[in-house]
Design a protein around this ligand. Structure first.
Ligand SMILES: [Fe+2]
Ligand SMILES: [Fe+2]
Length: 196
């Protein structure tokens, strides 16, 4: 976040502590899902380049972010291989789909909402990756997850900075609104061995 912007606390809720028990009970499933989360993060970032090529600041920021996400894909893929886990197809993501439903159709609101939804997904991912880092007993995997959690916090802030630059007067209220929606959604979804 920019120094002149008071911090916004995202996500707006903490994950149910029972989630980590569910995740640890089937870590392989979490890693398989995580591979696709990283891939989709890269694709979502690049989708903004497709939609807003004239926004030079945005293109530079999200293209760099996508570059990091593809590096994360490599890291998680190597983790799966190291553990002898066979990857699966993407099982779908009702969490992200429900958040995307919140995106307004007309510009310029559409861009603001896309940036804020991406910030929220980064924020929740960062929270959960940090929970995994604290709970996983294998040192190499825990270190990997700690590094990924730090990167996703940075990505959250990149999207928030872009949102602030896009809609200086309204981004914060809209962010708070969407953060509440995200917290309600997380509380409603079943606990499962996935990132979301
Ligand atoms: Fe990532
Ligand atoms: Fe990210």
């Amino acid at each position: 976040m920019r120094a002149d912007e008071p911090t916004l606390s995202l996500p707006a809720s903490t994950t149910d502590p029972r989630w980590i028990e569910v995740a640890l009970a089937d870590l392989d499933a979490v890693h398989r899902d995580h591979l696709h989360c990283e891939r989709k993060a890269a694709q979502s970032a690049l989708s903004l380049v497709r939609s807003y090529p004239e926004r030079t600041d945005l293109v530079a920021a999200v293209a760099r972010l996508a570059h990091e996400e593809t590096a994360h894909v490599v890291q998680v893929s190597q983790l799966l291989a190291r553990r002898g886990v066979t990857p699966t197809w993407d099982l779908g993501d009702d969490y992200a789909a429900a958040l995307r439903d919140q995106i307004r159709r007309r510009e310029p609101e559409r861009l603001l909402d896309r940036l804020l939804v991406f910030a929220l997904i980064e924020a929740r991912s960062a929270e959960r990756l940090a929970l995994l880092a604290d709970a996983i007993t294998d040192d190499a995997t825990a270190t990997l997850y700690r590094g990924l959690a730090t990167a996703e916090v940075r990505h959250r802030d990149t999207f928030l900075e872009l949102a602030a630059a896009t809609a200086p007067a309204t981004w914060r209220d809209r962010a708070a609104e969407l953060a509440t929606v995200e917290a309600d959604l997380v509380a409603r979804l079943p606990l499962r061995p996935r990132i979301h």
